[in-house]
Design a binder for this molecule. Sequence first.
Ligand code: GLY
Length: 376
Amino acid sequence: MSLDQVHVDLGARSYDVLIGAGLMGEAGALIAPLLARPRVAVLTETRVAALHLERLRAALRAEGIEMAALELAPGEATKSWEGLQRSVEWLLDQQIERGDLVIALGGGVIGDLAGFACAVLRRGVRFVQVPTSLLAQVDSSVGGKTGINTRHGKNLVGAFHQPSLVLADIDTLATLPPRDFLAGYGEVVKYGLLGDAAFFDWLEAHGPALGAGDAGLRQHAVRASVAMKAAIVARDETEQGERALLNLGHTFCHALEAATGYSDRLLHGEGVAIGCALAFELSARMGLCAQEVPGRVRAHLRAMGMAADLGDIPGDLPGRDALIALMGQDKKVQAGRLRFILARDIGKAFICDTVPPATLAALLDDALAAPKAARP
Ligand code: GLY
């Protein structure tokens, strides 16, 4: 299979995202030119380590690179002050110097945490992202957003710290539980919905085969997603404007994740998928897009076996006012005003901070009242 290369053009902070099957086995040769000395520290989590750490160690050893690894607990709770402290203290124990390099091996939790640890360690140490989940390959490993969660909400403490290289090995996707794969697919759909109608058409045609395991289709979807993200990040690294489009579905998603206690009742990518469907529903109710467009979005999510409605979230949700209050913690809030990413059509998203409160309230009332029987 071919190797894809996407350049993230950020001047002195530019880097490549390499996408292909078997890349983990090439990690030593690809990382060696970045090293001041033949030694790296790896931050990972236990589930990922069991699947991939020895392959990474062998690839590094083949180039004479020594590796020490810290295996953290899997799950969102690791992206915390405690997880950050443990990671930074361990990196200091390992005597990682400013010129050294750290590898983040894992999904979004590890990438965000490791990136933030590297941002603050000795005021900035370089790191390489080796994302092993679909969500991390198409979104979180690219663009330099790093951080942790606090009791106030997700990703509220962090830094922009770009990686020096991203190695997205498509083979790792075959090791994901189907639910995790589909959650990551929520972010893939997001790219089509926000800025590339032809890509959404492609996903409608090829999504089921991609979900069933076709590695070539998976690589194409990862490359297309990363290329779109790289272009947006290059134009707006620190989210002064356009980059906010990448948060399509996230205002709803972050409130739903908080409402479900960041538990496995709702994975982040599942929340993104439901949030995208709600954003299109809101757009249609505001007369911004045609009435049939939200149905098309939901139909694709359903065809993929994904959650598409609030009724698909197990257990009770808080009421409409509580959900709106949770949306108030969103980082896009400006002067207390909620900002949504809405759309004029598939592939035509824009930032909107003039959503009428009554329209939002009615949307949530209807979504919360939908029969639980609609759940798969
Ligand atoms: N995940 C959204 C962003 O990177 O901007």
